[in-house]
Design a protein around this ligand. Structure first.
Ligand SMILES: *Cc1c(COP(=O)(O)O)cnc(C)c1O
Length: 420
Protein backbone atom coordinates (compact mmCIF):
# COMPACT_ATOMS: atom_id res chain seq x y z
CA UNK A 1 0.00 0.00 0.00
CA UNK A 2 2.78 2.42 0.88
CA UNK A 3 4.38 1.74 -2.50
CA UNK A 4 1.06 2.41 -4.18
CA UNK A 5 0.78 5.76 -2.41
CA UNK A 6 4.33 6.69 -3.31
CA UNK A 7 3.88 5.71 -6.90
CA UNK A 8 0.67 7.76 -7.23
CA UNK A 9 2.56 10.65 -5.61
CA UNK A 10 5.25 10.35 -8.25
CA UNK A 11 2.62 10.10 -10.99
CA UNK A 12 0.96 13.30 -9.79
CA UNK A 13 4.26 15.17 -10.07
CA UNK A 14 4.79 13.67 -13.52
CA UNK A 15 1.32 14.69 -14.73
CA UNK A 16 1.86 18.27 -13.62
CA UNK A 17 5.38 18.24 -15.10
CA UNK A 18 3.95 17.30 -18.49
CA UNK A 19 0.78 19.40 -18.38
CA UNK A 20 -0.37 22.95 -17.80
CA UNK A 21 -1.45 23.69 -14.21
CA UNK A 22 -4.03 26.46 -14.49
CA UNK A 23 -5.96 26.15 -11.22
CA UNK A 24 -6.03 29.73 -9.91
CA UNK A 25 -5.28 28.77 -6.28
CA UNK A 26 -2.20 26.62 -6.95
CA UNK A 27 1.52 27.18 -7.32
CA UNK A 28 4.83 25.35 -7.19
CA UNK A 29 7.60 25.53 -4.61
CA UNK A 30 11.03 26.99 -5.24
CA UNK A 31 13.93 24.58 -4.58
CA UNK A 32 14.93 26.42 -1.39
CA UNK A 33 11.37 26.46 -0.07
CA UNK A 34 11.21 22.73 -0.77
CA UNK A 35 14.39 22.26 1.23
CA UNK A 36 12.85 24.05 4.22
CA UNK A 37 9.58 22.13 3.95
CA UNK A 38 11.43 18.80 3.72
CA UNK A 39 13.47 19.46 6.88
CA UNK A 40 13.44 17.97 10.37
CA UNK A 41 11.17 20.84 11.44
CA UNK A 42 8.17 18.91 10.13
CA UNK A 43 8.13 16.91 13.35
CA UNK A 44 8.71 19.70 15.87
CA UNK A 45 6.55 21.88 18.08
CA UNK A 46 7.00 25.53 19.05
CA UNK A 47 3.88 26.72 20.85
CA UNK A 48 4.00 30.43 21.62
CA UNK A 49 5.84 33.23 19.87
CA UNK A 50 9.57 33.66 19.11
CA UNK A 51 11.66 33.82 22.31
CA UNK A 52 8.58 33.04 24.41
CA UNK A 53 7.87 29.31 24.15
CA UNK A 54 6.24 26.59 26.18
CA UNK A 55 8.84 23.99 25.07
CA UNK A 56 12.63 23.80 25.03
CA UNK A 57 14.49 23.13 21.80
CA UNK A 58 13.10 26.11 19.92
CA UNK A 59 16.20 28.34 19.66
CA UNK A 60 16.79 27.63 15.98
CA UNK A 61 13.13 27.95 15.16
CA UNK A 62 12.99 31.26 17.07
CA UNK A 63 15.55 32.56 14.57
CA UNK A 64 13.44 31.29 11.67
CA UNK A 65 10.07 32.63 12.81
CA UNK A 66 11.54 35.95 13.95
CA UNK A 67 13.22 36.47 10.55
CA UNK A 68 9.99 35.43 8.81
CA UNK A 69 7.94 37.95 10.77
CA UNK A 70 10.34 40.80 10.08
CA UNK A 71 10.49 40.01 6.36
CA UNK A 72 6.69 39.71 6.20
CA UNK A 73 6.33 43.13 7.83
CA UNK A 74 8.54 44.50 5.06
CA UNK A 75 6.84 42.63 2.21
CA UNK A 76 3.33 43.63 3.35
CA UNK A 77 4.37 47.05 4.73
CA UNK A 78 2.57 46.40 8.01
CA UNK A 79 3.35 46.75 11.73
CA UNK A 80 1.78 43.36 12.59
CA UNK A 81 2.10 39.95 10.97
CA UNK A 82 1.40 36.42 12.17
CA UNK A 83 2.80 33.69 9.90
CA UNK A 84 1.69 30.69 11.95
CA UNK A 85 -1.74 29.80 10.64
CA UNK A 86 -1.85 26.61 8.61
CA UNK A 87 -4.13 27.87 5.80
CA UNK A 88 -6.15 30.82 4.57
CA UNK A 89 -9.25 29.23 6.05
CA UNK A 90 -7.56 28.88 9.46
CA UNK A 91 -6.52 32.56 9.18
CA UNK A 92 -10.17 33.47 8.66
CA UNK A 93 -11.39 31.26 11.52
CA UNK A 94 -8.81 32.82 13.84
CA UNK A 95 -9.60 36.37 12.71
CA UNK A 96 -13.34 35.87 13.22
CA UNK A 97 -12.62 34.38 16.65
CA UNK A 98 -10.57 37.46 17.54
CA UNK A 99 -13.00 40.06 16.21
CA UNK A 100 -16.53 38.73 16.76
CA UNK A 101 -18.63 36.77 19.21
CA UNK A 102 -21.38 34.22 18.43
CA UNK A 103 -24.55 36.04 17.39
CA UNK A 104 -22.71 39.08 16.00
CA UNK A 105 -23.43 40.33 12.48
CA UNK A 106 -21.01 40.13 9.56
CA UNK A 107 -21.20 41.34 5.95
CA UNK A 108 -19.42 39.47 3.14
CA UNK A 109 -19.54 38.54 -0.54
CA UNK A 110 -22.00 35.72 -1.29
CA UNK A 111 -20.50 32.43 -2.50
CA UNK A 112 -22.81 32.72 -5.54
CA UNK A 113 -20.91 35.91 -6.46
CA UNK A 114 -17.46 34.36 -5.95
CA UNK A 115 -17.12 34.62 -2.16
CA UNK A 116 -15.21 31.85 -0.40
CA UNK A 117 -16.88 29.07 1.59
CA UNK A 118 -15.17 30.34 4.74
CA UNK A 119 -17.26 33.53 4.34
CA UNK A 120 -20.45 31.45 4.37
CA UNK A 121 -22.71 29.76 6.91
CA UNK A 122 -21.33 26.39 5.82
CA UNK A 123 -17.79 27.58 6.66
CA UNK A 124 -15.96 29.78 9.17
CA UNK A 125 -18.78 32.33 9.46
CA UNK A 126 -21.17 29.55 10.54
CA UNK A 127 -18.55 27.97 12.79
CA UNK A 128 -18.40 31.25 14.73
CA UNK A 129 -22.22 31.37 14.59
CA UNK A 130 -22.32 34.84 13.00
CA UNK A 131 -25.32 36.33 11.20
CA UNK A 132 -24.33 36.68 7.58
CA UNK A 133 -25.51 39.54 5.35
CA UNK A 134 -24.24 39.49 1.77
CA UNK A 135 -23.55 42.55 -0.39
CA UNK A 136 -25.66 43.46 -3.40
CA UNK A 137 -23.63 42.64 -6.49
CA UNK A 138 -22.99 44.23 -9.90
CA UNK A 139 -22.66 41.28 -12.26
CA UNK A 140 -21.29 43.26 -15.22
CA UNK A 141 -18.46 44.65 -13.08
CA UNK A 142 -18.07 41.49 -10.97
CA UNK A 143 -17.77 43.51 -7.77
CA UNK A 144 -20.01 44.65 -4.89
CA UNK A 145 -22.48 47.48 -5.52
CA UNK A 146 -20.57 50.00 -3.41
CA UNK A 147 -23.55 52.25 -2.53
CA UNK A 148 -25.65 49.19 -1.74
CA UNK A 149 -22.88 47.67 0.37
CA UNK A 150 -22.50 50.92 2.34
CA UNK A 151 -26.26 51.07 2.90
CA UNK A 152 -26.24 47.47 4.14
CA UNK A 153 -23.38 48.22 6.54
CA UNK A 154 -25.16 51.32 7.84
CA UNK A 155 -28.34 49.33 8.33
CA UNK A 156 -26.89 46.17 9.93
CA UNK A 157 -24.00 47.79 11.85
CA UNK A 158 -21.98 44.56 11.69
CA UNK A 159 -19.06 43.70 13.91
CA UNK A 160 -16.95 42.64 10.92
CA UNK A 161 -17.02 43.87 7.32
CA UNK A 162 -15.40 41.13 5.24
CA UNK A 163 -14.22 41.85 1.69
CA UNK A 164 -12.62 39.65 -0.96
CA UNK A 165 -13.46 36.67 -3.15
CA UNK A 166 -12.15 33.51 -4.76
CA UNK A 167 -13.29 34.65 -8.19
CA UNK A 168 -11.34 37.86 -8.27
CA UNK A 169 -10.74 39.79 -11.48
CA UNK A 170 -10.58 43.41 -10.30
CA UNK A 171 -9.61 45.28 -7.11
CA UNK A 172 -12.54 46.09 -4.82
CA UNK A 173 -13.10 49.85 -4.35
CA UNK A 174 -12.51 49.81 -0.62
CA UNK A 175 -12.39 53.36 0.68
CA UNK A 176 -16.12 54.13 0.96
CA UNK A 177 -16.90 50.71 2.41
CA UNK A 178 -14.12 51.04 4.99
CA UNK A 179 -15.22 54.57 5.92
CA UNK A 180 -18.82 53.45 6.42
CA UNK A 181 -17.66 50.38 8.38
CA UNK A 182 -15.54 52.48 10.72
CA UNK A 183 -18.42 54.95 11.20
CA UNK A 184 -20.55 52.11 12.63
CA UNK A 185 -17.68 50.66 14.67
CA UNK A 186 -16.96 47.63 12.46
CA UNK A 187 -13.54 46.12 11.80
CA UNK A 188 -12.68 45.78 8.10
CA UNK A 189 -11.13 42.44 7.12
CA UNK A 190 -9.78 42.02 3.59
CA UNK A 191 -9.37 38.38 2.52
CA UNK A 192 -6.40 38.43 0.15
CA UNK A 193 -6.10 34.64 -0.20
CA UNK A 194 -5.90 34.61 -4.00
CA UNK A 195 -4.27 37.96 -4.59
CA UNK A 196 -1.74 38.10 -1.73
CA UNK A 197 1.27 37.91 -4.08
CA UNK A 198 -0.22 40.55 -6.39
CA UNK A 199 -0.83 42.88 -3.44
CA UNK A 200 2.67 42.28 -2.04
CA UNK A 201 4.07 42.90 -5.54
CA UNK A 202 2.21 46.21 -5.74
CA UNK A 203 0.08 45.38 -8.79
CA UNK A 204 -3.47 44.85 -7.49
CA UNK A 205 -4.59 47.07 -4.63
CA UNK A 206 -3.21 48.09 -1.23
CA UNK A 207 -5.97 47.17 1.25
CA UNK A 208 -4.17 48.28 4.43
CA UNK A 209 -3.72 51.77 2.93
CA UNK A 210 -7.31 51.79 1.62
CA UNK A 211 -8.96 51.22 4.99
CA UNK A 212 -8.66 47.52 5.86
CA UNK A 213 -7.70 46.88 9.49
CA UNK A 214 -6.78 43.23 8.97
CA UNK A 215 -5.72 41.28 5.90
CA UNK A 216 -5.81 37.47 5.83
CA UNK A 217 -4.33 35.32 3.11
CA UNK A 218 -3.02 32.01 1.83
CA UNK A 219 0.73 31.68 1.37
CA UNK A 220 0.50 29.42 -1.70
CA UNK A 221 -1.73 30.99 -4.38
CA UNK A 222 -0.26 34.05 -6.09
CA UNK A 223 2.09 34.33 -3.12
CA UNK A 224 4.56 31.58 -4.08
CA UNK A 225 5.18 29.84 -0.76
CA UNK A 226 4.22 26.52 0.84
CA UNK A 227 0.59 25.85 1.76
CA UNK A 228 -0.31 27.96 4.77
CA UNK A 229 -1.85 31.21 5.93
CA UNK A 230 -0.97 34.66 7.23
CA UNK A 231 -2.72 37.39 9.21
CA UNK A 232 -1.56 40.95 8.69
CA UNK A 233 -2.75 44.15 10.36
CA UNK A 234 -2.22 47.87 10.06
CA UNK A 235 -3.00 48.28 13.76
CA UNK A 236 -0.23 49.41 16.10
CA UNK A 237 -2.42 48.61 19.11
CA UNK A 238 -0.62 45.94 21.14
CA UNK A 239 -3.88 44.63 22.65
CA UNK A 240 -5.46 44.22 19.23
CA UNK A 241 -2.32 42.47 17.96
CA UNK A 242 -2.35 40.13 20.96
CA UNK A 243 -5.95 39.18 20.24
CA UNK A 244 -4.97 38.15 16.72
CA UNK A 245 -1.92 36.19 17.92
CA UNK A 246 -3.94 34.43 20.61
CA UNK A 247 -6.63 33.52 18.11
CA UNK A 248 -4.06 31.53 16.11
CA UNK A 249 -2.34 29.95 19.13
CA UNK A 250 -3.98 28.76 21.32
CA UNK A 251 -7.21 29.72 19.54
CA UNK A 252 -7.07 27.52 16.46
CA UNK A 253 -3.66 25.80 16.25
CA UNK A 254 -1.43 23.83 18.57
CA UNK A 255 1.23 22.62 16.18
CA UNK A 256 1.34 25.18 13.41
CA UNK A 257 3.52 23.23 10.96
CA UNK A 258 6.99 24.61 11.63
CA UNK A 259 8.41 23.32 8.35
CA UNK A 260 5.84 25.41 6.49
CA UNK A 261 6.69 28.46 8.59
CA UNK A 262 10.32 28.00 7.56
CA UNK A 263 9.15 27.60 3.95
CA UNK A 264 7.15 30.83 4.23
CA UNK A 265 10.24 32.62 5.56
CA UNK A 266 12.35 31.45 2.61
CA UNK A 267 9.55 32.40 0.19
CA UNK A 268 9.41 35.87 1.80
CA UNK A 269 13.16 36.31 1.28
CA UNK A 270 12.77 35.29 -2.36
CA UNK A 271 9.77 37.56 -2.72
CA UNK A 272 11.77 40.56 -1.45
CA UNK A 273 14.21 39.95 -4.31
CA UNK A 274 11.91 38.86 -7.14
CA UNK A 275 8.29 39.37 -6.07
CA UNK A 276 7.45 42.59 -7.85
CA UNK A 277 8.58 41.34 -11.27
CA UNK A 278 6.77 38.04 -10.67
CA UNK A 279 3.54 39.87 -9.78
CA UNK A 280 3.80 42.15 -12.82
CA UNK A 281 4.47 39.24 -15.17
CA UNK A 282 1.46 37.33 -13.80
CA UNK A 283 -0.93 40.16 -14.62
CA UNK A 284 0.67 40.73 -18.04
CA UNK A 285 0.22 37.03 -18.84
CA UNK A 286 -3.39 36.94 -17.60
CA UNK A 287 -4.27 39.90 -19.80
CA UNK A 288 -2.47 38.33 -22.78
CA UNK A 289 -4.27 35.01 -22.29
CA UNK A 290 -7.64 36.77 -22.06
CA UNK A 291 -6.96 38.79 -25.22
CA UNK A 292 -5.89 35.75 -27.23
CA UNK A 293 -8.86 33.68 -26.04
CA UNK A 294 -11.19 36.53 -26.99
CA UNK A 295 -9.50 36.91 -30.37
CA UNK A 296 -9.80 33.18 -31.08
CA UNK A 297 -13.56 33.25 -30.48
CA UNK A 298 -14.13 32.49 -26.79
CA UNK A 299 -16.52 34.46 -24.62
CA UNK A 300 -14.21 35.98 -21.99
CA UNK A 301 -15.89 37.71 -19.06
CA UNK A 302 -15.53 41.43 -18.31
CA UNK A 303 -14.35 42.38 -21.80
CA UNK A 304 -15.49 45.98 -21.36
CA UNK A 305 -13.27 46.31 -18.26
CA UNK A 306 -10.23 44.83 -20.03
CA UNK A 307 -10.89 41.23 -18.91
CA UNK A 308 -8.75 41.14 -15.76
CA UNK A 309 -6.35 42.93 -13.44
CA UNK A 310 -5.42 39.80 -11.50
CA UNK A 311 -4.01 36.32 -12.22
CA UNK A 312 -7.46 35.04 -13.21
CA UNK A 313 -9.40 34.84 -16.46
CA UNK A 314 -13.04 33.70 -16.66
CA UNK A 315 -14.48 32.10 -19.77
CA UNK A 316 -18.09 31.23 -20.58
CA UNK A 317 -18.82 28.10 -22.60
CA UNK A 318 -22.60 27.95 -22.91
CA UNK A 319 -25.81 28.94 -21.16
CA UNK A 320 -26.43 29.10 -17.39
CA UNK A 321 -26.66 25.69 -15.69
CA UNK A 322 -25.99 23.74 -18.90
CA UNK A 323 -22.81 22.16 -17.52
CA UNK A 324 -20.72 23.44 -20.43
CA UNK A 325 -17.96 24.50 -18.03
CA UNK A 326 -17.74 20.99 -16.66
CA UNK A 327 -17.52 19.49 -20.15
CA UNK A 328 -14.86 22.01 -21.18
CA UNK A 329 -12.77 21.29 -18.07
CA UNK A 330 -12.85 17.55 -18.80
CA UNK A 331 -11.86 17.96 -22.47
CA UNK A 332 -9.00 20.25 -21.47
CA UNK A 333 -7.84 17.71 -18.89
CA UNK A 334 -7.72 15.09 -21.67
CA UNK A 335 -5.33 17.49 -23.43
CA UNK A 336 -3.16 17.87 -20.30
CA UNK A 337 -4.56 21.27 -19.28
CA UNK A 338 -5.79 21.37 -15.67
CA UNK A 339 -8.51 23.97 -14.93
CA UNK A 340 -11.70 24.16 -12.87
CA UNK A 341 -15.32 24.66 -13.80
CA UNK A 342 -16.80 27.74 -12.18
CA UNK A 343 -20.19 29.35 -11.68
CA UNK A 344 -20.76 32.55 -13.67
CA UNK A 345 -23.56 35.12 -13.35
CA UNK A 346 -26.83 33.26 -14.00
CA UNK A 347 -25.51 29.85 -12.95
CA UNK A 348 -27.24 28.28 -9.94
CA UNK A 349 -25.78 24.74 -9.95
CA UNK A 350 -22.22 24.46 -8.65
CA UNK A 351 -21.75 21.06 -10.32
CA UNK A 352 -23.18 22.18 -13.70
CA UNK A 353 -21.85 25.67 -14.32
CA UNK A 354 -21.17 27.30 -17.67
CA UNK A 355 -17.76 28.78 -16.90
CA UNK A 356 -14.10 28.09 -16.34
CA UNK A 357 -11.78 29.93 -13.97
CA UNK A 358 -8.21 30.05 -15.25
CA UNK A 359 -5.07 31.16 -13.40
CA UNK A 360 -1.66 31.90 -14.93
CA UNK A 361 0.47 32.20 -11.77
CA UNK A 362 2.01 28.73 -12.12
CA UNK A 363 2.69 29.04 -15.86
CA UNK A 364 4.31 32.41 -15.17
CA UNK A 365 6.44 30.86 -12.44
CA UNK A 366 8.03 28.44 -14.91
CA UNK A 367 8.89 31.33 -17.20
CA UNK A 368 6.02 31.51 -19.66
CA UNK A 369 5.52 34.86 -21.39
CA UNK A 370 2.72 36.42 -23.49
CA UNK A 371 3.81 34.52 -26.64
CA UNK A 372 3.36 31.28 -24.67
CA UNK A 373 -0.10 32.49 -23.63
CA UNK A 374 -0.87 32.61 -27.34
CA UNK A 375 0.10 28.94 -27.68
CA UNK A 376 -2.01 28.09 -24.63
CA UNK A 377 -5.01 29.92 -26.12
CA UNK A 378 -4.48 28.03 -29.41
CA UNK A 379 -4.63 24.73 -27.52
CA UNK A 380 -7.92 25.85 -25.93
CA UNK A 381 -9.24 26.73 -29.38
CA UNK A 382 -8.25 23.40 -30.92
CA UNK A 383 -9.85 21.38 -28.09
CA UNK A 384 -12.98 23.42 -27.43
CA UNK A 385 -13.82 25.26 -30.65
CA UNK A 386 -12.30 23.13 -33.42
CA UNK A 387 -13.21 19.80 -31.77
CA UNK A 388 -9.76 18.41 -32.37
CA UNK A 389 -8.95 15.15 -30.58
CA UNK A 390 -7.57 16.23 -27.16
CA UNK A 391 -4.93 13.48 -27.26
CA UNK A 392 -3.39 15.15 -30.34
CA UNK A 393 -3.35 18.55 -28.65
CA UNK A 394 -1.77 16.92 -25.61
CA UNK A 395 1.45 16.37 -27.57
CA UNK A 396 1.76 20.11 -28.24
CA UNK A 397 0.92 20.90 -24.62
CA UNK A 398 3.77 18.57 -23.66
CA UNK A 399 6.16 20.26 -26.11
CA UNK A 400 5.32 23.70 -24.75
CA UNK A 401 5.68 22.55 -21.17
CA UNK A 402 8.93 20.72 -21.76
CA UNK A 403 10.52 24.09 -22.55
CA UNK A 404 9.44 25.38 -19.11
CA UNK A 405 10.74 23.06 -16.44
CA UNK A 406 12.58 25.25 -13.96
CA UNK A 407 11.29 27.59 -11.28
CA UNK A 408 11.89 31.29 -11.86
CA UNK A 409 11.72 34.33 -9.54
CA UNK A 410 13.66 32.51 -6.81
CA UNK A 411 17.24 32.04 -5.56
CA UNK A 412 19.41 29.65 -7.51
CA UNK A 413 19.98 26.14 -6.25
CA UNK A 414 21.69 23.02 -7.56
CA UNK A 415 18.32 21.50 -8.44
CA UNK A 416 16.00 23.97 -10.16
CA UNK A 417 13.43 21.37 -11.26
CA UNK A 418 9.90 22.67 -10.88
CA UNK A 419 8.24 19.26 -10.56
CA UNK A 420 9.04 16.08 -8.66
C1 LIG B 1 -8.60 30.00 -1.18
C2 LIG B 1 -9.34 30.97 -0.34
C3 LIG B 1 -9.33 30.87 1.06
C4 LIG B 1 -8.83 29.66 1.78
O1 LIG B 1 -7.54 29.39 1.66
P1 LIG B 1 -6.94 27.97 2.04
O2 LIG B 1 -5.51 28.35 2.23
O3 LIG B 1 -7.22 27.10 0.88
O4 LIG B 1 -7.59 27.49 3.28
C5 LIG B 1 -9.91 31.87 1.80
N1 LIG B 1 -10.50 32.91 1.21
C6 LIG B 1 -10.56 33.03 -0.12
C7 LIG B 1 -11.22 34.23 -0.71
C8 LIG B 1 -10.00 32.05 -0.94
O5 LIG B 1 -10.10 32.15 -2.25
Amino acid sequence: MAQKVLSATKDSGEHYRQGLGMIASENILSPMVKQAVNSDLHGRYAEGLPFNRYYQGCDDFDTIEDLGISMAKKVFNAPFVNIQSTSGTVSNIATLKALAKPGDDITAVSTADGGHISHARMGAVGLRDLNLHTYPWVEERMEPDIDGACALIQDVKPKVVLIGQSVYLFPTPLEDIAQTAHDVGATVVYDAAHVLGLIAGGVFQDPLREGADVMTGSSHKTFPGPQGGVIISSSEDARFQKRLNNAVFPGTCSSYHLHHVAGKAVALAEFLAHGSSYAQDIVTNAQALAQYLDKFGFEVMAKERGFTQSHQVLTKHGEPDDGSGKIAAKLLEDAGIITNMNMLPGDTKAMHPSGLRLGVQELTRVGMKPNDMKTVAECFQRVLLDDEDPSLVKQDVYDLKSRHQSVQYCFSHTDMRAYS
